[in-house]
Write a protein that binds this ligand. Structure first.
Ligand code: SF4
Length: 503
């Protein structure tokens, strides 16, 4: 089905059968997903969730030369304040020595607008944004209120496109529409593909090659590749992947995060698109191939030693560079294994629990297992077909590894922590706090200045783990002095007792 013919991208629940409710083992989830049994699951009690606006704003506010208009109640843009530091860091890493942070406006819809409609306010905001900032693109993010009252953001963009100089990108991102926040990635790429990327061959690109204009055909011949970065990829991660790709002689057009809109206009002329996380990039790369004939490789994250080697091999096969790739893999892994030797004895047998986005949790679990650690439990925020590759690897090691698919739901996490008593919890900070209060050592699964990807990432994760596990007394003391908000009886209950249904 060609979703691009529709104004709105599909929900992940329908497109991929994604779910956010499961409790069991990796062996069970693999079987149940394949037989369709994860459909229609639900929670009888839910402690919270994450609106798709959060990942959407994380990507969109990082774009260069763009204004983001959050069309809705003013609170819908609240999460952008928390993104300020990482947006500025991204701008700094992209060469802006005086980063200004996120540039976003809100249409600040109120009760009157709910009755009379918000389109006029949106029109005025777009015109004002164009006049005041002269951006390359203006992104309109539709939230719950305009979704419910029926504001036609595509119609507004159409009506204004001759009046403003910026390219207008309406994105349907209503939080109520989906339980899978990763739907936001499809919504973003959907709008860029429909409204910005025409793939006209006469285009010349001045953003590339030190401001010298080059033609599309010349770019293709020069082994230009699209590298699909993600918002939870750090500056050092990007450098590591660029380092490996440049060893293969490739030139990189990186997008979407921290990119200029011209990187999207350039993308149809690349020789290959390279994904780093299928949860983020499968929609974009699939349509880039269908619409413009750009082949792609993806399906896994370059986190972990074997995963990084497999990622390089996939790229090399597509571009006829397998001999060069094997040489690079050999020299990189020899050096890495040598460097890891003094660290591994400190990590061997340590018991770990992890949580984060689907691919990141599972790929990091595979890395930690490569470092000799024992995986007790994984908590991906959602699960769908993309998780299958990594789940199979974990299943081979131990089919009884616990898996709890949950966006937030710390009550389930704390219950599992009490039962399994891991030595270490590796997750995002919003999850790590619960483990810390249980007395468990923590390692952020993503930190803006650390490195996780590629061979350098594997080494650095091991180095940081050794340091974290050397002295665990801080969190042990913390647990003695904080109270969890749960009654004692909850710890003897089945952690998954509120997960119901399934076909
Ligand atoms: S759920 Fe709706 S109202 Fe709440 S932040 Fe998301 S878009 Fe706004």
């Amino acid at each position: 089905m060609n979703y691009l013919e529709q104004k709105v991208a599909p929900r992940r629940e329908e497109r991929l059968g994604s779910c956010i409710e499961f409790g069991g083992t990796v062996g069970e989830i693999h079987k149940q997903f394949c037989s369709g049994c994860l459909k229609n699951k639900r929670r009888a009690f839910s402690q919270g969730t994450i609106c798709q606006l959060l990942p959407a704003t994380a990507i969109l506010t990082s774009l260069q030369d763009c204004v983001v208009i959050v069309h809705g109640a003013v609170g819908c843009g609240g999460a952008v304040h928390a993104l300020g530091a990482s947006v500025r860091l991204g701008q700094f890493n992209s060469g802006d020595k005086n980063p200004k942070g996120a540039l976003w406006l809100s249409t600040n819809l109120n009760e009157n607008d709910v009755v009379s409609g918000g389109e006029e306010k949106l029109k005025r905001t777009i015109v004002e944004a164009d006049k005041r900032y002269r951006p390359s693109a203006i992104i309109v993010l539709s939230t719950c209120v305009p979704g419910i009252i029926g504001d036609d953001i595509d119609g507004v963009a159409d009506a204004l496109k001759e009046q403003v100089s910026a390219t207008l990108l309406p994105i349907h991102c209503e939080g109520f529409k989906t339980k899978i926040m990763a739907t936001a990635y499809d919504a973003i790429f959907h709008s860029f593909l429909r409204n910005m990327m025409d793939g006209k061959d006469e285009t010349e690109f001045r953003v590339y090659d030190n401001e010298i204009a080059v033609t599309a055909e010349k770019l293709r011949r020069r082994r230009l590749v699209n590298l699909l970065n993600i918002s939870s990829m750090t500056g050092p991660d990007q450098k590591e992947l660029m380092r490996l790709l440049s060893k293969l002689g490739l030139e990189v057009n990186m997008l979407p995060c921290d990119a200029h809109p011209d990187a999207f206009r350039l993308a149809p002329f690349a020789a290959l698109s390279i994904g780093v996380c299928p949860t983020h990039d499968d929609y974009f790369m699939t349509y880039l191939e269908q619409k413009f004939g750009v082949p792609f490789v993806g399906g896994q994250m370059p986190i972990g030693i074997e995963n990084t080697s497999r990622w390089l091999r996939q790229i090399a096969v597509k571009l006829g560079l397998t001999d060069a790739a094997e040489r690079i893999i050999k020299s990189e892994t020899d050096e890495l294994n040598q460097a890891l030797k003094p660290l591994l004895s400190h990590l061997k047998g340590k018991r770990v629990m992890l949580s984060a986005g689907e691919m990141r949790t599972l790929a990091t679990a595979v890395l930690l297992q490569e470092l000799g650690m024992e995986i007790l439990a994984v908590r991906p925020y959602h699960y769908d077909e993309f998780g299958g590759t990594e789940i199979e690897k974990l299943e081979t090691i131990n089919p009884n590894i616990r898996i709890n698919v949950a966006t937030a739901q710390p009550f389930e996490a704390v219950n599992i922590l009490y039962r399994t008593k891991p030595d270490l919890y590796v997750g995002h900070n919003c999850d790590n706090i619960w483990a810390a209060k249980c007395g468990v050592s923590i390692l952020p699964i993503y930190g803006t200045n650390s490195i996780y990807c590629g061979y350098a990432g594997a080494y650095d994760v091991a180095r940081r783990l050794k340091r974290h596990l050397k002295n665990t007394s801080f969190n042990e003391h913390l647990a003695k002095h904080v109270r969890q908000p749960y009654k004692e009886i909850w710890y003897s209950e089945n952690p998954f007792k509120y997960i119901l249904g399934g076909e």
